[in-house]
Design a protein around this ligand. Structure first.
Ligand SMILES: [Fe+2]
Ligand SMILES: [Fe+2]
Length: 183
């Protein structure tokens, strides 16, 4: 699969091969993971600050609250799994001079697991997009309601790029590295 450039680092400056993996991991952790940990508690606060009268006014809002809780729990657990289990193994493989078929057998299931979780996170964001008319506030929305939708829209955009870096650059890069060393 050809590498696609990503926005945070110009494609011409991207390191190649084994050097790409640790640089990309640092970039993902320092930008997307830091941002998600910053914004998700704020999103939860905003959704719980919407007045009860407004929850009764739009029957979709209680579902938004449930979906936000599910999204926050899933995303935080997902990032913890990446940081504590998968990413250290990917760093180790990138630093290795030899990658064995056993290494490949070890990393494939967790990579597939992370990809499935990306799919679930994407479904939750799509569900929230539908429940909120594409993150557009109604005319009567209070400030917390508007802040919630602004943060959700920004988080959806950032998560699309976050997942793209992992699914389309990081994971194929590690697998290609292993294949090259195996050849
Ligand atoms: Fe991640
Ligand atoms: Fe991820």
């Amino acid at each position: 699969m050809p590498q696609k450039p990503f926005t945070a680092v110009p494609a011409g400056q991207l390191p190649s091969g084994a050097l790409l993996i640790p640089a990309l991991l640092d970039l993902i952790l320092d930008t997307h993971h830091v941002y998600a940990r910053d914004v998700l508690p704020r999103i939860r606060e905003s959704v719980f600050a919407i007045p009860q009268a407004d929850l009764r006014r739009d029957e979709r809002l209680p579902k938004v609250r449930e979906a936000v809780e599910a999204l926050s729990d899933e995303m935080l657990t997902h990032m913890h799994r990446e940081e504590s289990m998968l990413f250290p193994v990917l760093r180790h493989i990138a630093a290795s001079t030899e990658v064995s078929p056993v290494d490949m057998e070890i990393i494939l299931p967790p990579i597939e697991c992370m990809q499935r979780e990306h799919g679930f996170i994407d479904e939750l964001l799509e569900y929230l997009r539908q429940l909120t008319d594409d993150f557009q506030p109604p005319a009567w929305a209070v400030a917390e309601h508007r802040a919630l939708l602004d943060d959700l829209a920004a988080f959806a955009t950032d998560t699309t790029e976050h997942v793209r870096k992992e699914n389309e650059i990081l994971f194929p890069g590690v697998l290609r590295l292993a294949q090259v060393q195996d050849a």
